[in-house]
Design a protein around this ligand. Structure first.
Ligand code: NDP
Ligand code: 0GV
Length: 280
């Protein structure tokens, strides 16, 4: 594993992203914000989006300072498919094309036992899944023209059923179904657009730490390194990225061979007594 990582670091030249035109969704905070900074340092043209304009403005300004070829922002909510399409059209207007589409945003969800609210699942599917499909469809002509990359930020919870994240996990599993099937069709149709699905473990973003630190005992991995690994995987046209490798790939090997053992290990990692304190 260490050897593979060493090799891919060696092959991944930061210059690969110089001058590339990139959209990053959910880039006003967390992993998306970090990806914007990394791409800025690599000299990309960047269009970031999220709902909060003031935060986006600050992130875009920092991108310019860090050396981005250009940095723009557009604010709006991804529960609105017209807005999802508008973001792609804005990239076309600003850059005249697109090399990389990084789909990373998620809507708010609760961390707790499923409360029976199916309407919440429907709304979360709009934000976490349907907007991803919408932006992909809209961006495909530009990505085909550039031989570009689609990068989908998912989770270990999108590969394995976990407690306390029923609606969220549903939306992440949907991403795997859509994008893994689409990737297969691209092979058939000789579409030169790569699809990278990123399977992330617990990452130290403010949202994650505030939401789950009382319940999950294991340490969170650094968002900066996580952002780098996602961009690298996308640029290298990898089909999937596992970060942190040990916390995601090894349990994945267990998933089909020893599912009961995996369930046992997952449950041991959750301290559900911490849940009530979460709500205070
Ligand atoms: N952190 C973790 O432990 C893990 C994270 N992941 C994945 O990584 C990705 C990033 O997560 P993380 O950085 O922690 O999340 P953050 O909460 O830090 O960032 C979420 C981003 O999405 C934006 N957003 C929220 N609601 C909407 C909306 N309705 N429309 C458009 N944008 C919205 C937020 O900005 P604003 O509020 O301004 O709209 C923000 O920019 C997600 O896909 C997540 O599933 C996967 C596994 C673990
Ligand atoms: C082998 C097992 C012990 C691994 C367990 C991994 C667990 C701890 C990891 C894997 C995926 C992680 C969740 C995730 O994907 C995204 C988010 C959204 C964020 O806003 C709040 C935190 C949350 C719910 C993460 C919580 C921690 C999770 C469940």
């Amino acid at each position: 594993m260490a050897c593979t990582k060493y090799l891919s670091n060696l092959l991944f030249d930061l210059a690969m992203l110089k001058g590339k035109r990139v959209i990053i969704t959910g880039a006003s905070s967390g992993i998306g914000e970090q990806m914007a900074y990394q791409l800025a340092k690599m000299g990309s043209h960047i269009l970031i989006t999220a709902r909060t304009e003031e935060k986006l403005k600050k992130v875009a300004e920092k991108c310019t300072e860090l050396g981005s070829a250009s940095a723009y922002y557009i604010h709006g909510s991804m529960d609105n498919m017209t807005f999802a399409k508008q973001v792609v059209h804005e990239a076309e207007r600003l850059f005249g094309g697109l090399d990389m589409l990084i789909l990373n945003h998620i809507g708010y969800t609760y961390f707790g036992f499923f409360d029976g609210d199916v309407d919440h699942i429907r709304k979360l599917l709009e934000i976490n899944f349907l907007s991803y499909a919408t932006m992909t469809v809209e961006a495909l002509p530009m990505l085909k023209a550039s031989g570009g990359n689609i990068v989908v930020v998912s989770s270990f919870a999108g590969k394995v059923g976990l407690p306390l994240t029923v609606p969220y996990s549903t939306t992440k599993f949907a991403l795997d179904g859509f994008f893994s099937s689409l990737r297969m069709e691209f092979y058939h149709q000789k579409v030169n657009v790569s699809i990278t699905l990123c399977v992330l473990s617990y990452i130290d973003t403010d949202t994650a730490l505030n939401t789950v630190s009382r319940v999950i005992q294991q340490p969170a991995a650094p968002k900066e390194e996580c952002a780098y690994e996602i961009i690298k995987g996308g640029a290298m046209r990898q089909r999937e990225v596992y970060y942190q490798y040990e916390a995601t790939k090894i349990p994945m090997l267990m998933r089909d061979w020893a599912p009961e053992l995996l369930e046992y290990l997952v449950l041991k990692n959750y301290n559900v007594d911490g849940l009530s304190k979460n709500k205070e």
